[in-house]
Design a binder for this molecule. Structure first.
Ligand SMILES: [Zn+2]
Length: 186
């Protein structure tokens, strides 16, 4: 994403910062004094940002979303994987599918819906500090849940990441084995 121009900044303000609810199309057209076509183009610019905004925005994290360019740079740097153990969102989805079903993936062992999709989460590396792009990484639900606010970043990396990697390796190889055996039976 490039730097925002004036119109994009105004759109961003109205759409994401001024209201909790997204303004209606007619309101945006009126406020920005633009055509429908121009509005569509602005929407396109924010498409990727919007996906992440919907996924991760909450009141506490407000600050992270203040500058969409900076947010998207941070997001791209995260490379769709856990900043601690390195598991990718694709691998997490595979594990969720394996634990649940293809139609109804579920990462949790008891079928509860919270964390069931195995989505990467925004985690503060230093839980004493507030949310800022310098203090957050994407983390997998297992690292985030286990580290919690009880283990500091260095402690987690030094003592537990290695174990988490081995655990994931086992989960993923089990999945590979069962896929292979299906292949063999056929
Ligand atoms: Zn992890």
């Amino acid at each position: 994403m490039k730097e925002l121009n004036r119109l994009e900044q105004d759109y961003f303000y109205l759409r994401y910062l001024a209201n909790k609810k997204a303004p209606k199309q007619c309101e945006l057209l009126k406020e920005l004094k633009i055509t429908k076509k121009q509005l569509e183009k602005l929407k396109d610019t924010f498409d990727e940002f919007h996906t992440q905004y919907k996924q991760y925005y909450n009141e506490n994290r407000k600050k992270l979303f203040k500058d969409p360019v900076k947010f998207m740079n941070w997001f791209t740097d995260q490379n769709n994987k856990c900043g601690y153990c390195g598991i990718t969102s694709k691998e997490l989805k595979q594990i969720a599918k394996d634990r649940g079903t293809t139609d109804k993936p579920n990462l949790t062992l008891n079928g509860k819906t919270k964390r069931s999709k195995g989505t990467l989460e925004i985690e503060r590396t230093d839980s004493k500090e507030e949310y800022s792009l310098n203090n957050v990484i994407l983390a997998c639900p297992l690292c985030n849940n286990a580290k919690s606010n009880l283990i500091d970043e260095d402690g987690w990396k030094d003592f537990f990441v290695c174990a988490m990697k081995s655990y994931y390796k086992r989960l993923l190889s089990k999945n590979e084995q069962s896929n292979n055996s299906i292949g063999e039976t056929i």
